[in-house]
Design a protein around this ligand. Structure first.
Ligand code: HEC
Ligand code: HEC
Ligand code: HEC
Ligand code: HEC
Ligand code: HEC
Ligand code: HEC
Ligand code: HEC
Ligand code: HEC
Ligand code: HEC
Ligand code: HEC
Length: 317
């Protein structure tokens, strides 16, 4: 092992890079560090790959922001003070190693900083959190498949990894084009949780995302269904889109819940005694409508503005 000039030069280059001021915004002298902290630069020697790629991470941004406290940036913002770990030559028990944390501990770690943003989505009460599906099940800090949002896998693959039944639904003849990459789960869902929607009050919220002003996510794209209409169809406004449509995919045209339109309508507008969901206040199909006459079976041929109308109370135009 000779000391060639190249080697010596290489060493100086290496150390100068190592100590390059501001490479972590943490150019503090060791004596000025908070107790127990070593500084991110000290991690480089033993964890070169992770350190070398970290500048691409969204979490690097805070590292170079002088307004943010030292404890809130760099490697130790998630892994905790690292001095003892280094002095013990990499003892895993002396650093916060996510592989050793319970789901709850791991969640709390991330929520130290992300609570404001995600708290709005009720993350602690979400179906994912209560089923122990936490941040690190979906996000990978150091080996992200998507540099934006740091997802462990591209979104659709990620969700199908646990929801394979949903994949089958998006392969049905009538469907939203998720498998084709045209839209994704998060167009309709918030994987971090979601408040109960303003529609379908009695129904489980299913972690729905919201459109403008808390309305259904569907209306982000189907703006013509938004209204407000002079004559609202209460089914749309109050019960929500899912009272007539399946959201993912199905066998029926227009993603309807029923193969025949009239059977769908008759779930609510039925006159047969107490059959089905007959509710007080829901208009029955008028006597003029003979359901034995095929002409009347195709309700939306006449009731064309089924989502609401500005000119006719029975949605005829
Ligand atoms: C935003 C929080 C966060 C920051 C900042 C962070 N890590 Fe991590 N680190 C994690 C998580 C979470 C894991 C668990 C595996 C994963 O999700 O990628 C991990 C895993 C590790 C591992 C073990 C797993 C492996 O792939 O070898 C090492 C070593 C590590 N981090 C070092 C570092 C270093 C060095 C830095 C600074 C350059 C750093 N971490 C910054 C969250 C963070
Ligand atoms: C002297 C070399 C050395 C330094 C410096 C060092 N580490 Fe480590 N680190 C190790 C070794 C070796 C392991 C593997 C321990 C094992 O697997 O039992 C390790 C493991 C880890 C793990 C746990 C990996 C897991 O299994 O989840 C994390 C996290 C980690 N280091 C973070 C850091 C951070 C952050 C710094 C800087 C503050 C740092 N290390 C500095 C040597 C070092
Ligand atoms: C010390 C504070 C802190 C901790 C702890 C922390 N983060 Fe972050 N995180 C941030 C900041 C700051 C950003 C950058 C926000 C921005 O871009 O404006 C960020 C961004 C992100 C992003 C968005 C990336 C993007 O491209 O928009 C994800 C995903 C993320 N963090 C996940 C996590 C996960 C998972 C954990 C726990 C393992 C975690 N964070 C822990 C501060 C933190
Ligand atoms: C079930 C999977 C899943 C879990 C669990 C999860 N995320 Fe996410 N996260 C995502 C997806 C998917 C996106 C991208 C959303 C989008 O495209 O709108 C995302 C986006 C983000 C973003 C970017 C900003 C935003 O809101 O779009 C941050 C920050 C973030 N997650 C942090 C976290 C933290 C912190 C946790 C744990 C407390 C967590 N996530 C738990 C899947 C998840
Ligand atoms: C690590 C596994 C895992 C991943 C990854 C995952 N989920 Fe889940 N998801 C679950 C579990 C477990 C539940 C709760 C049990 C259940 O209802 O099936 C759940 C429930 C749900 C629910 C139903 C909520 C309710 O209240 O009934 C929706 C919607 C959902 N996930 C969407 C997503 C989306 C979108 C993604 C991708 C961004 C995703 N999930 C990724 C495991 C996962
Ligand atoms: C077009 C909007 C939309 C898209 C895109 C979408 N969902 Fe849904 N999803 C919904 C609605 C609305 C419900 C609630 C249905 C109900 O309450 O009857 C739901 C329910 C669910 C449920 C709970 C019920 C069940 O069938 O198990 C899961 C899990 C789920 N979605 C996962 C996903 C995943 C994973 C993706 C992406 C691959 C996805 N969704 C994409 C709108 C959507
Ligand atoms: C990201 C935009 C987007 C969102 C959000 C969205 N859709 Fe769609 N939807 C579309 C597009 C684009 C089409 C056209 C069909 C296609 O993709 O092939 C469509 C088609 C439909 C159709 C007609 C299917 C047919 O066979 O003609 C119905 C019904 C529908 N969506 C209902 C909904 C419902 C209900 C929701 C909310 C649960 C919703 N959509 C959310 C974009 C969206
Ligand atoms: C009362 C039942 C009902 C409700 C509630 C409902 N729809 Fe529909 N929707 C229908 C019927 C029936 C059709 C088929 C119309 C036809 O046969 O021409 C349809 C067709 C559609 C279509 C495809 C044709 C078009 O008009 O663009 C879209 C998109 C759609 N609905 C979106 C929505 C959205 C978004 C919501 C929630 C805001 C919603 N629907 C609520 C019954 C309903
Ligand atoms: C989920 C239940 C539900 C479904 C399904 C439903 N409706 Fe309605 N519909 C209602 C309610 C509730 C009202 C409001 C009754 C009121 O204001 O007194 C209403 C009102 C109407 C009206 C206006 C009555 C008036 O005041 O003149 C018409 C027309 C109508 N529905 C036709 C249909 C047709 C056609 C279908 C099938 C495509 C359908 N509805 C599906 C619940 C439903
Ligand atoms: C041939 C055209 C046509 C068809 C098809 C049709 N309707 Fe109507 N519907 C009308 C007209 C016109 C009115 C308003 C005049 C009336 O009350 O007869 C009306 C009114 C209604 C009303 C409001 C009654 C009230 O009390 O204000 C309901 C509810 C209704 N229809 C439901 C249905 C359902 C459900 C179907 C399918 C089984 C259907 N219609 C099929 C033409 C039609």
């Amino acid at each position: 092992m000779g000391f060639s000039l190249k080697r010596i030069f290489g060493y100086f280059l290496y150390t100068s890079l190592l100590w390059a001021p501001n490479s972590y915004g943490q150019e503090k002298k060791a004596s000025a560090l908070p107790a127990g902290y070593a500084g991110s630069i000290m991690c480089r020697g033993c964890h070169p790959d992770i350190s070398a790629n970290f500048f691409r991470n969204a979490h690097f941004k805070s590292s170079v922001d002088d307004r943010i406290k030292f404890e809130q940036k760099g490697c130790e913002s998630c892994h905790g003070p690292g001095k003892a770990h280094i002095e013990a030559k990499g003892d895993k028990s002396k650093i916060i190693a996510f592989s050793q944390l319970s789901p709850k501990q791991s969640l709390d770690n991330c929520l130290n900083c992300h609570t404001q943003q995600l708290g709005r989505a009720n993350i602690r009460r979400s179906s994912h959190t209560t089923a122990d599906v936490v941040c690190t099940n979906c996000h990978s800090i150091h080996k992200a498949a998507t540099p934006k949002q740091l997802l462990a896998k591209p979104q659709t693959d990620l969700c199908y990894g646990c929801h394979s039944n949903v994949q089958a639904q998006f392969s049905m003849p009538v469907k939203h084009r998720v498998n084709e990459g045209f839209m994704q789960c998060s167009d309709c869902h918030n994987p971090h949780g979601g408040d109960a929607p303003p529609t379908r009050m009695s129904v489980r919220p299913r972690m729905m995302a919201h459109g403008l002003q808390n309305e259904e996510a569907c209306l982000k794209c189907h703006v013509d269904k938004r209204g407000p209409f002079v004559f609202e169809h209460a089914a749309v406004r109050v019960d929500g889109c899912s009272s007539c449509h399946v959201p993912h995919g199905g066998m029926n045209a227009r993603l309807l819940n029923r193969p025949q339109v009239f059977t769908l309508c008759l779930e609510c507008h039925n006159g047969a005694g107490n059959f089905g969901r007959q509710g007080d206040g829901i208009n029955l199909t008028p006597g003029s409508h003979s359901l034995t006459d095929p002409k009347y079976q195709n309700c939306t041929v006449c009731h064309v503005r089924i989502h609401g109308s500005n000119s006719h109370a029975s949605f005829l135009r």
